[in-house]
Design a protein around this ligand. Sequence first.
Ligand SMILES: Nc1ncnc2c1ncn2[C@@H]1O[C@H](COP(=O)(O)OP(=O)(O)OP(=O)(O)O)[C@@H](O)[C@H]1O
Length: 576
Amino acid sequence: MPALSTGASYEPGLYEVLVALPIQLQSHVSCPEDNTFLQHVFGEKSLHLLVKIHERLQHYEESKPVPILDNAAALAHELSEELEGKSASREIEELLILLTEPQIKSILVAHDTIAQKNYEPELPPLPKDIEDDEDSVKIIRLVKNKEPLGATIQHDEHTGAILVARIMKGGAADRSGLIHVGDELKEVNGIPVDDKKPEEIIHMLAQSQGAITFKVVPSVKEETPTQEPRVFVKALFDYDPKEDKAIPCKEAGLAFKKGSILQIMSQDDATWWQAKLEGDANPRAGLIPSKHFQERRFALRPPLATLPIQRTSRRRSSGFRKSFRLSRKEKKTNKSMYECKKSNKYDMADVPTYEEVTPYRRQSGAKHRLVVLVGPTGVGLNELKRKLLISDPQHFSVSIPHTSRAKRNQESDGVEYHFIPRHLFEMDIHNNKFIEYGEYKGNYYGTSLDSVRSVLSKNKVCLLDVQPHTIKHLRTAEFKPFIVFVKPPTLERLRETRKNAKIISGKDEKGFAKPFTEEEFQEMVRTAQMMETQFGHLFEKVIINDDLSAAFTELESALKKVETETHWVPVSWIHS
Ligand SMILES: Nc1ncnc2c1ncn2[C@@H]1O[C@H](COP(=O)(O)OP(=O)(O)OP(=O)(O)O)[C@@H](O)[C@H]1O
């Protein structure tokens, strides 16, 4: 409209256009009423003020002003207090009046709010007495990146509602603080979910990226904020949520391996706990089966093949060996060990679920942890022990076994064996003084608890090899055993590495150790597998005895770490 132009080189502001408009329009309007109406509209004072504000804002937008300070209101207040009662100059009086004006005060407060970028509205507290039938709906907007939302939902069988079942600690939903357990989900991104199955909703959520809008009816239950729990457990089984049909939401599950240390974040739900892997920087917890639930599932599982309890070895006199490991040989003649009287099946305490643990570091000068070696016959336990003893005889030692057989000429009491009469041996059996014992050719042989204590009290590391089912009796605060499982390599590697090896517990007719047979190799591998299945949760270190010197180095370094570094041990060993 050229008539609006006020000059060739001058770019009028919107306000000037507005002021000029009624006069400019006059020549275009024929009807006097229309003219009066337009004069009235464009002459309206509030419109002029609005346009002026708009122009001023535009000006500031271009110059991008930044506040110099964000506490102008407080500063003005301090200044008025300072000036109060000062010699009354006219200017001071005027300034005082200005600073106490409610409008000025409000402007300064508004200025500070903007300067502090404090834009969140402060909502009034929710009324306490909400009517039961009055559904107050909450609209929640969350920005979701690639990480899952960290909440699970369920279908309420009675009401048909879709409810938030749990919020994963540290997850996106938890961090937002906006969604709570028990909230009823009404809509996701404007799509009603009343008629949808939980799986469909989970799928919808998984597909969504960026901002997601939820409409929920908040649960009235108040949640009390809790401190981050410091309960740690060692997992005694492998867990993969993808393989678990019972888990309410596979994506929310936490996978772990036997031996993983888990920080338990919530045990509120009797069936599904929330946990994080210890040391994991990701703050979001995942679902894991609760101890109780896992025990129940375990009880319902078909029984696995278990190892037969092994009996006394034939090789009592074999040179270096001092501890008392019972061999699978000699099935007929020997009396059972005391463990044999117990059920071979799992009782509840044996069900491998979780064990509460705490960090432990041996103080220098404190007694050493008992080193327990376990493995199938012939795998090389003696060989590894022998190497350790030779490497540092002042540091490592073995316990001296007891026997009821007569002392031979070249033997000394307390060196090869503690020689005790048969009736005393039986009394000690009765009094549970033996870790393991057995009978061979009419004589008892056994390892006593006191013989182990004697080594430990000399501040030496006691090396002990036992049958795996004995471990649970040694797992006490007194011994704090470090359990090492020595495992055979593959059959192929056994054949290669043991070409010149002799199985000492399998002597020939003339009493000489024999080479391994193929059957013995197979038995070794099979037994190792069963040991791992049945007792694997008790092993803290697994060493494959393939190349002997490599296995020895690995064992040596593991034992060094036990002495110097922090390890997770059962809480009961530390706080009993
Ligand atoms: N990694 C290895 N490579 C080659 N030979 C090995 C290896 N480990 C052990 N041996 C040999 O295997 C034989 C059996 O080892 P060892 O006596 O130490 O086994 P063990 O587990 O104590 O058996 P047992 O149950 O009979 O007491 C020995 O001749 C030993 O030298």
